[in-house]
Write a protein that binds this ligand. Structure first.
Ligand SMILES: NC(=O)c1ccc[n+]([C@@H]2O[C@H](COP(=O)([O-])OP(=O)(O)OC[C@H]3O[C@@H](n4cnc5c(N)ncnc54)[C@H](OP(=O)(O)O)[C@@H]3O)[C@@H](O)[C@H]2O)c1
Length: 303
């Protein structure tokens, strides 16, 4: 364990969903923390944000000055060279700063064998680049975030129509995890025992459930009928592509194409007992997470 008074933390993707949750938790715990993003220089959740692109190696070195612990992840990038360069730049900056612990969030699972899909392979190459560097690295591989379901792509249909639509087959179990639990896991790994260094832990929530089972839990908490709709990944890709462009649509949907083609190969589940034991955290039960969200925000106004 570290004396946290002596530490300065840096969080990449600090204005995004995953990095933002880590930045917030570190700030709440009174740690000295700086965020990193390209566009926002205004303080965020009580922390300074340094503006730099992960592609800018020297800029990254300047941002890392005085930093001892780093929570890193990749942004929405599905280009292998770019992902590889971002990871190499993180290694370079962390080595220069003499970082004592770097926790990489792979953003998604990393299946055991190559998949051919950049959604996973960009993460695999980033993980390999960091782990082969010799730096004190811990890798956390999350499954899918529950918070996706509270977003505009899913929540309105859930709340108003009782449809939980997601591009996964009916039979695939997923250890859905909240962003807050992932932030707690990240901070635990940043501060945790030296035995965590060198490990790559699949993390996840306390229960692995199929889509239909998740719909049952939603039905109970929302007090209405909810059915799971296993969206075809091609339809999901078209819907995301219409909003974010075809390239990002294909990148994001790739993970779901693989999940359908391979039946997931257990990649989306994690052992909750191991997660709680290794990281010393308590995972949030699915029902408690569902009950805590302000779902009425998405209710369609009555005519
Ligand atoms: N497992 C899941 O359920 C799940 C859910 C959502 C996303 N993801 C994955 O997580 C990854 C990140 O997505 P996200 O939705 O979390 O992203 P996000 O919320 O949009 O956040 C991205 C963050 O990174 C920063 N950023 C982007 N490009 C950067 C660059 N070149 N250099 C430095 N900072 C940069 C952004 O700020 P600036 O734009 O100001 O730089 C922002 O702070 C994606 O691979 C996505 O597929 C997984």
């Amino acid at each position: 364990m570290s004396d946290t008074q002596q530490e300065r933390y840096l969080v990449t993707g600090a204005t995004g969903a995953q990095g933002g949750a880590v930045l917030k938790l570190l700030s709440e715990r009174g740690r000295e923390v700086v965020g990193l993003a390209r566009h926002t220089a205004t303080p965020h959740d009580g922390a300074i944000v340094r503006t730099v692109d992960l592609a800018d190696r020297e800029g990254l070195c300047r941002a890392f000055e005085g930093v001892t612990r780093v929570a890193a992840g990749l942004p929405l990038v599905y280009d292998m060279e770019m992902a590889s360069a971002y990871a190499a730049n993180l290694v370079h900056a962390a080595e220069r700063a003499g970082v004592r612990r770097l926790v990489l969030n792979t953003n998604l699972p990393v299946p055991s064998k190559p998949t051919g899909y950049p959604a996973f392979e960009t993460r695999r190459i980033a993980e390999e680049t960091l782990r082969s560097s010799g730096l004190p690295i811990t890798v956390l591989r999350p499954p899918l975030y529950l918070d996706n379901l509270f977003g505009p792509g899913h929540a309105p249909a859930l709340v108003n129509d009782g449809v939980l639509a997601f591009p996964l087959p009916n039979s695939l179990p997923v250890s859905w995890m909240s962003l807050d639990d992932m932030a707690a896991a990240t901070v635990a790994a940043l501060d945790g025992a030296d035995e965590l260094v060198g490990s790559a832990l699949p993390v996840g929530g306390p229960e692995a459930v199929t889509g239909p089972r998740l719909a049952e839990l939603f039905a109970r908490e929302l007090g209405r009928e909810v059915t799971f709709h296993a969206m075809a990944p091609g339809d999901f890709e078209a819907a995301v592509g219409a909003i974010m462009g075809p390239e990002l649509g294909a990148g994001i949907a790739g993970g779901y194409h693989w999940a359908w083609a391979s039946a997931g190969e257990d990649a989306f589940t994690a052992d909750p007992v191991a997660v709680e034991k290794h990281l010393g955290i308590r995972l949030t039960p699915l029902r408690r997470w569902i009950a805590a969200q302000p779902w009425s925000r998405w209710a369609r106004p009555a005519d």
